[in-house]
Structures are given as structure tokens and as C-alpha cells.
Ligand binder design. Structure first.
Ligand SMILES: Cc1cc2nc3c(=O)[nH]c(=O)nc-3n(C[C@H](O)[C@H](O)[C@H](O)COP(=O)(O)OP(=O)(O)OC[C@H]3O[C@@H](n4cnc5c(N)ncnc54)[C@H](O)[C@@H]3O)c2cc1C
Length: 291
């Protein structure tokens, strides 16, 4: 019996969750991603992809001294996203472009993985989710190799990618404006040129805005929801704020582990009561499901 899994969202978090479920559960699985949009139109496509777990929200300020230097990597989402998408599809995963308005639309699936980022505010009625607006500029500066970040103001940063350098940026809480503004452009260009004067006059490729899915804590948990008398199993994985690229692989692993437990229980139930055949009405079995 093949279990059926629906992932909602094809940002870094949705794709990593899907790929890690494939890694863990292999061929015993039919897995579909439903997504309103995909790369190059996700939040990650705006991000520079600096791998920086240190910046996770609520890091106690006493742990931050004055300045620090460390070695890390960048994982460019504009390259990571197509890579993950290809990996997922090559292993038999399907991607369907469709906006999901309610979890009940997917109630024929054994398990739903909610990776809708900021949109979980509506899909999951989660008031804790809020946008943290980030405007950046992509410029040509091939001589810039180091990352530089200034935590003393609203967060100027300079992050080289392979084909450009990202200058940032803003962190405007509860600001839904997805268009670049002149005020922010000036703030970014002047602030970064103060950090590295050679950037003054660097050729601008484009300005971009992304809305980080802000939340005090990442929501990564299993919910067994009763929808119209049917239990729907949902694993939520959203609210990664400014660290989604950093956290997506690890959180995807946690999701895969939870999924393995849920699907193993469903298989056990089916085998016990239905002789390993799939039936449309699994309601009684679900009621017996031990959570
Ligand atoms: C300027 C900026 C710089 C950043 N820099 C970094 C960085 O250096 N390092 C780092 O780790 N992180 C960084 N981030 C944060 C990172 O980009 C985000 O945390 C991450 O992209 C969030 O990924 P996600 O998959 O949760 O959300 P999203 O990328 O927003 O994906 C959500 C997906 O769900 C889909 N969706 C939404 N609603 C529905 C629906 N109802 N039905 C179907 N599909 C739906 C969308 O179409 C999309 O595919 C940065 C963010 C910004 C804006």
C-alpha cells in the first residue's frame, strides 16, 4: 500500500521537507507538492542564502559581544531551489500549481505537510505569523568576497553570491509592501558604502523585496485535526523568519521523522483491519489512531 502525502508550498522549506521525506520513505510513497507559485517567485529567491544559525530570533543579546568573525557558507537559494525541485521530480514527485484555500481540500491524503510560510497566517489562522519586510539590492562587485554585517543599525549587510553581491537590507515588521521604495534604496546603498566604500557606484542589477515569514518560534509540529468528522494529519513547518535557508534542511529532517511515525501507524491500522487494502473511509481507523 502506497501512502499519499501532500506538501503545500514549494519554497526552500516545502521542497526540503518533500525531498527529505522521499529520502526517508523512498518508494512506498506517492508525494505531491501543491503550490501557488514556485522559484523564481518564492521568498528564498530574494535571499542571499547566508547560513547563519547564530541569528535565529530570540538569541539572548548578552551572548552577542561587540563584533565577531566566523566562517560559514552561503547556499544560494536561486540555485538551491531549482536543484531541489529537479531532485524531487526525478524521484517521481509531482508539483501542481494550485492555491490551497483550506486543508479539507486535501483530505484524501494520508498526511499533509504545511510549508506555506507567511500564508500560514491565513491557511492555519495563526496570528503569531507576521511579515518582516526585506528590501535588498543586487549589484556587480566581483572583487567582494567577504560577508560583512552591521548589527548596530537596522542591519546593513553585504553578501557575495556567485553572479552578484547582495546589499541589504531592511527588517520592517508587519510591512506588507512588496515594492522597493526610494527611501529604502538610499538607506541600503549609503549604509553599505559606509561599510565598504568601494561599493559606492557599483552597477545595480536590480532591487528586490521579500517578506520573511516572521514568528517568535518556528512552528514544527504534528496536528491531528477533525475536519467535518474526518481526522486530517497535518505537519506544520513554517515561521522561519530570516533563517529559512539555514534551517530548511534540518527542519525537513524533523518533518520526515514525524511523517515516518504517522505513516507507519496508518499502515499498521490498514493491515490490521483492512487486510492491507486502501479504502476511502478510514474514519473508524483514524478514531482508533493512538496519538
Ligand atoms: C531579503 C531577505 C534575505 C534573507 N536572507 C536569508 C539568509 O541569508 N539566510 C537565511 O537562512 N534566510 C534568509 N532569508 C529568509 C528565507 O528566505 C526565508 O526564511 C525562507 O525563504 C522561507 O521559506 P518558506 O519556504 O517557508 O517560505 P516561502 O519561500 O514564502 O514559500 C512558501 C510557499 O508556499 C506557497 N504557498 C503559500 N500559500 C499557499 C497556498 N495557500 N496554497 C498553495 N501554496 C501556497 C508559495 O507559493 C511558496 O511556494 C531572507 C529573506 C529575505 C526576504
Amino acid at each position: 500500500m502506497k501512502c499519499r502525502v501532500a506538501v503545500i508550498g514549494a519554497g526552500v522549506v516545502g521542497l526540503c521537507s518533500a525531498v527529505r521525506i522521499q529520502d526517508s520513505l523512498g518508494d512506498d510513497l506517492e508525494i505531491v507538492i501543491y503550490t501557488e507559485d514556485k522559484s523564481p517567485n518564492t521568498t528564498g529567491d530574494v535571499a542571499a542564502g547566508f547560513w547563519a544559525p547564530y541569528f535565529i530570533q530570540n538569541t539572548p543579546t548578552e551572548k552577542i559581544i561587540s563584533g565577531y568573525h566566523f566562517v560559514s557558507v552561503t547556499c544560494e537559494p536561486s540555485k538551491l531551489l531549482p536543484y531541489l525541485e529537479k531532485k524531487f521530480v526525478n524521484r517521481g514527485g509531482k508539483i501542481i500549481i494550485k492555491k490551497i484555500e483550506s486543508f479539507s481540500q486535501l483530505n484524501e491524503y494520508d498526511l499533509i505537510i504545511n510549508c506555506t510560510g507567511l500564508y500560514s497566517k491565513y491557511l492555519n489562522s495563526d496570528d503569531k505569523v507576521r511579515p518582516i519586510r526585506g528590501q535588498i539590492a543586487r549589484v556587480e562587485a566581483p572583487w567582494q568576497f567577504d560577508i560583512q554585517m552591521d548589527d548596530s543599525d537596522d542591519g546593513h549587510y553585504i553578501i557575495p553570491n556567485q553572479d552578484c553581491v547582495i546589499l541589504g537590507g531592511t527588517h520592517q515588521i508587519n510591512d506588507w509592501n512588496v515594492n522597493p521604495t526610494n527611501v529604502d534604496t538610499t538607506f541600503i546603498l549609503d549604509g553599505c558604502a559606509q561599510l565598504v566604500p568601494a561599493l559606492k557606484g557599483a552597477k545595480i542589477i536590480k532591487h528586490q523585496v521579500g517578506l520573511r515569514p516572521g514568528r517568535d518560534f518556528v512552528k514544527l509540529e504534528l496536528e491531528n485535526r477533525n475536519v467535518d468528522g474526518k481526522i486530517i494529519h497535518i505537519i506544520h513547518n513554517y515561521g522561519h523568519g530570516g533563517c529559512g535557508v539555514t534551517l530548511c534542511y534540518g527542519c525537513g529532517g524533523e518533518v520526515a521523522e514525524l511523517a515516518r511515525v504517522v505513516l507507519r501507524n496508518i499502515r499498521k491500522m490498514c493491515k490490521k483491519y483492512l487486510g492491507n487494502t486502501r479504502q476511502s473511509s478510514l474514519l473508524e481507523l483514524e478514531l482508533e489512531f493512538i496519538y
